[in-house]
Design a protein around this ligand. Sequence first.
Ligand SMILES: Cc1cc2nc3c(=O)[nH]c(=O)nc-3n(C[C@H](O)[C@H](O)[C@H](O)COP(=O)(O)O)c2cc1C
Length: 220
Amino acid sequence: MAAVEGRHSVRRFTTDPMPRDDVREMVRLATLAANAGNAQPWRFVAVDDPALLAAMRDAVEARMDEMAGWPEAEAAGPLAATRAMRGYSTFFADAPLAIAVLGLPYESHGDRLLAAHGVPREERDRLRARPDLQSVGAAVQLLVTAAHVLGYGACWMSAPVLAARRLEELLGVEEPARLVALVAAGRPAGRPAATPRLPVAEVLRFLPPEPESDCGPERP
Ligand SMILES: Cc1cc2nc3c(=O)[nH]c(=O)nc-3n(C[C@H](O)[C@H](O)[C@H](O)COP(=O)(O)O)c2cc1C
């Protein structure tokens, strides 16, 4: 409970470096995640070189600039949202460490059968719900939780993936691996705030439904 409840996204870090043995331990714990077919469709690239982190930030900023210049940018929302997006996309470069999380393709017997039967990609994604990405997500959740347990803070980031093509070049990512997320990590500067959650009653329903009265289940 402490590991799960004490974790919050951390976006500001001290300059303390993160020992590589701690990075290895975080990733070891992340790889204990449940994953489809135990295919372990994940790889991790840990970047603790400030020059490379700065180059990655430049790539993300260039991509944001490019997207802000698209004719559709205004219709998509106010400029302030674009600015906020920039802040939420680049702070990894001020962390002592960013871990690029890569996903690998995963194909089960069911996937092959659906494809062979001619089921279109969109319907296949609907029926399979991307077990490859679910698996990587499970690992990222454990990665950020492991960071917390080891006394660090971390933030799971998907916004920088908008610059995936350039980031993959900088990181030497080779096909078929794809950048799925970045995780910024380091010692937290300050106490991260807890974000609210919906009440369990709003996100969970039982079948069959429970009786509405609070007097417990009806007796015959
Ligand atoms: C898939 C995913 C993508 C996210 N991307 C970003 C991001 O790009 N930038 C960011 O600052 N936070 C990002 N977050 C962190 C969420 O904003 C954060 O988890 C959420 O607000 C709940 O707060 P908590 O992590 O402190 O509980 C991401 C989280 C997830 C799971």
